[in-house]
Design a protein around this ligand. Structure first.
Ligand code: GLY
Length: 380
């Protein structure tokens, strides 16, 4: 039986980021319990886009959460480099959102008007300006929006850096260990059972992503539902960097990495815990990639993979204390924004645990909205 001040269930980007933040804040002994190897599920499958402007049209509380987290990356990248020697390849070249059809142009028009009015930094580029900025984009491009404040990070390097930080700083990683049940003493969660083993924690955090609803609390279920949504991706291995910026279209996105790889994503599939890949998805992703850059139609697919995004009914994350239980927090359901939201999630939950006071975010994004059933269901 092991005993820790904070027990984090789940070793994805959220669990690893929270462990680091708690350590920085002097939270005492910290353990991460991970069902497989840390950082090998949705966080590994992600594309690493830090793109609140291209990925949201509304400027609302969720947008603000995303943007605040994005702004934490420059400091995080510098600190992780100093702490672990690992460069997470934060790339601030920006993102282009391109139109290829008349319908895309109508969509771009309304986005431009709304986002400009909301004060988002963006530029509207003509077809010629788009081609000048990115000569490998299809000549069918009609126009684009340029978001200078949408960045990217090499998510697999971010995960390596966070895991290295944990190992260098005495954060215990208990891997290949599947948490089954949270142990209750009256209404207080005092730890977990995992394969017959008891691991105790003063505070327990569910950073369990798509697997959150499989955990029991005593005899009960976690009082909100999170389900897996599969995302399939492919990559091409080009000899050198192919685009300067991340490129979106309404049908897909291309993420150019420093080493020449291009990641193309992604499907959105509601199929339970099936994380296999399909040739149909590879075909679809190739088609949307070739629409953006016809040169890619001749390129071989170097890798294809899938991950399970964690989705609560409204598509928003679940961050904050779990009502009805003492000593239990949720940091899950980040859906399409796990990498982007990792720093702010870690900050919010660490402050709640260490000082008992935090930001307004747990009120906005805590589990209550799902438990009350007052949430509206967002389409996938
Ligand atoms: N954030 C990109 C995706 O979920 O596909």
């Amino acid at each position: 039986m092991a005993n820790f001040d904070v027990l984090i269930v789940g070793g994805g980007v959220i669990g690893l980021s929270l462990a680091r933040r708690l350590h920085v804040r002097g939270a005492g002994s910290i353990a991460i319990v991970e069902r497989g190897k840390p950082g090998h599920e949705a966080s590994f499958a992600a594309a690493g886009m830090l793109a609140p402007n291209a990925e949201n049209e509304a400027v609302d509380d969720f947008y603000r959460l995303c943007d605040e987290s994005r702004l934490m990356f420059p400091e995080l990248a510098g600190e992780l480099k100093d702490e672990t020697g690992i460069d997470i390849e934060l790339d601030r070249s920006g993102t282009l959102y391109a139109a290829f059809t008349e319908e895309d142009s109508i969509h771009l028009d309304s986005r431009f008007a709304r986002q400009q009015e909301a004060g988002i930094q963006l530029e509207r580029l003509s077809a010629a300006e788009t081609l000048q900025a990115e000569p490998r984009i299809s000549e069918n491009v009609r126009e684009s929006l340029y978001f200078p404040n949408d960045w990217q990070v090499e998510n697999r390097k971010l995960l390596s850096a966070l895991e290295a930080y944990a190992r260098l700083n005495g954060i215990k990683i208990i891997d290949e260990t599947r948490a089954d049940t949270l142990i209750l003493e009256s209404s207080r969660v005092i730890g977990i059972t995992a394969g017959g083993r008891r691991i105790l924690g003063g505070t327990t955090v569910l950073a369990t992503g798509a697997w959150t609803s499989l955990i029991k609390i005593g005899d009960a279920s976690v009082p909100f539902a999170v389900k897996p949504i599969r995302g399939q991706m492919i990559s091409f291995a080009m000899p050198r960097r192919f685009f300067e910026r991340v490129i979106y279209s309404p049908r897909g996105y291309l993420v150019p990495r420093a080493d020449g790889r291009i990641l193309a994503g992604a499907t959105v599939e509601d199929l339970g815990f099936d994380d296999s890949t399909t040739m149909e998805a590879v075909g679809q992703l190739r088609t949307s990639a070739a629409e953006i850059a016809p040169l890619l139609s001749a390129a071989e697919v170097a890798e294809n993979w899938a991950g399970l995004r964690p989705y609560a009914g409204d598509g928003l994350p679940v961050i904050g204390p779990v009502p009805g239980y003492d000593g239990l927090f949720a940091a899950t359901a980040h859906y399409r924004n796990g990498i982007l939201l990792a720093p702010i999630t870690a900050k919010i939950v660490a402050e709640e645990i260490v000082s008992g006071t935090g930001s307004e975010y747990p009120r906005l994004f805590g589990p209550e909205r799902l438990i009350r059933g007052s949430t509206k269901t967002a389409s996938l």
